[in-house]
Design a protein around this ligand. Structure first.
Ligand SMILES: NC(=O)c1ccc[n+]([C@@H]2O[C@H](COP(=O)([O-])OP(=O)(O)OC[C@H]3O[C@@H](n4cnc5c(N)ncnc54)[C@H](O)[C@@H]3O)[C@@H](O)[C@H]2O)c1
Length: 246
């Protein structure tokens, strides 16, 4: 039987690339997003028959919504093997202008949402003695970011730390938890944040001189989600064109 994967924030951007790559690699995929219609549309594109992909509404701030999608996946496919925490809100604002409520709103999706996902799926994986979790972090969580807000960067730093905690505590149960920290990717979200001039300026700062390819990140998720990926856990996989070396 093919493995099954739950991807959050999967209706567009990197999440859609990840869901598409997993499906192409033979996974059955739950494509989840706050935008239910867009999630359903992508699922219908991948599999019009609805056998190997379905779309579902999942607001990552809502633990019950995670549990409901898990129940639906188990009812359909019997099990879940992979969780990809990808959903995000990205807000650009100078640090001294961010209100505490704005800070909380970003953390609620990017950090708390990742925590809830790891916990809900972590319980399922622990019962079964197998599971893979891939958290999509960001270079901003390592270097403080450049184009994004402090709330976004802080949330992604938190994701890196959560990855280590879940990795350590779940390792004895056949579960691995890794993070990927991309630099700026060639995605609509980046073009929406940056004017063409700013984008060009950002590219000049990247040692390899280009934006990252979302398809490469998606392939890395497929690799980290595979049965063979049992010896990497608690790691942060840097994919940043040389912007941050350690
Ligand atoms: N774009 C980049 O260059 C870049 C760089 C580094 C890291 N990343 C990371 O890649 C991931 C995807 O980024 P993207 O650029 O594709 O973003 P995007 O904004 O294009 O897509 C984010 C998706 O998350 C969904 N979403 C928002 N709030 C949600 C919620 N409460 N519950 C569920 N879904 C919700 C949105 O509807 C959307 O489909 C994020 O984790 C981001 O931090 C992106």
């Amino acid at each position: 039987m093919a493995d099954t994967a739950l991807v959050t924030g999967a209706s567009q951007g990197l999440g859609a690339a990840i869901a598409t790559a997993l499906h192409a690699a033979g996974y059955r995929v739950a494509i989840t997003d706050v935008d239910e219609a867009a999630a359903g549309a992508l699922a219908a594109t991948l599999d019009p028959a609805g056998e190997t992909a379905f779309g579902a509404q999942l607001d990552v701030r809502d633990q019950a919504a995670f549990e409901a999608v898990c129940d639906a996946m188990i009812a359909r496919w019997g099990s879940i093997e992979l969780l990809v925490n990808n959903a995000v809100v990205t807000v650009v604002k100078p640090v001294l202008e961010i209100t505490p409520d704005e800070f909380d709103a970003v953390l609620a999706v990017n950090l708390r949402g990742t925590f809830v996902g790891c916990q809900v799926l972590g319980r399922h994986f622990r019962e079964r003695g197998y599971g893979r979790i891939v958290n999509i972090a960001s270079l901003a969580g390592q270097n403080g970011g450049s184009a994004t807000g402090a709330h976004y960067a802080a949330s992604k730093g938190g994701v890196l730390t959560l990855t280590k905690v879940f990795a350590r505590d779940l390792a004895p149960f056949g579960i691995t938890v890794n993070a990927i920290a991309p630099g700026p990717l060639d995605l609509p979200s980046v073009r929406a944040l940056l004017s063409p001039e700013k984008l060009e300026a950002v590219k000049q700062t990247i040692p390899v001189g280009t934006l990252g390819d979302p398809a490469f990140i998606a392939d890395l998720v497929v690799k980290l989600g595979s049965r063979e990926a049992g010896f990497t856990t608690g790691a942060t996989w840097d994919v940043n064109g040389g912007l941050y070396m350690r």
